[in-house]
Design a protein. Structure first.
Length: 105
């Protein structure tokens, strides 16, 4: 898996290390706040990113989902499921971002 980090993200972490550390701590705390396994959490986070039309977060969560063993078919199903909730245009945009990552890897 490619460890792609946008320059704006790495610059933010370098400029605001305390904020970045707090964000990391929040992420760690939220991931252990319930019974969902890491695989399921990644698919849920992908769905949330699609709902927010957050392209960078969609791409990041596809990579992270693959890293924890999610299959391309599971990832694509998240995109298809989004159609009835976020609408066809937004879901198609998300599916495009998903495919960009899946094809590149």
């Amino acid at each position: 898996m490619t460890d792609y980090l946008p320059s704006v993200y790495t610059a933010f972490r370098a400029t605001y290390p305390e904020v970045a550390g707090a964000l990391d701590a929040l992420g760690a705390a939220s991931s252990t706040a319930g019974p969902l396994d890491t695989h399921t959490q990644r698919l849920v986070k992908l769905a949330i990113a699609m709902g927010a039309s957050a392209e960078g977060a969609v791409r990041s969560n596809v990579r992270k989902a693959l890293d924890v063993g999610a299959s391309p078919e599971e990832i694509r199903q998240v995109g298809v499921l989004a159609v009835t909730t976020i609408g066809f245009p937004a879901a198609i945009a998300g599916l495009g971002w998903i495919e960009d990552v899946l094809v590149a890897d």
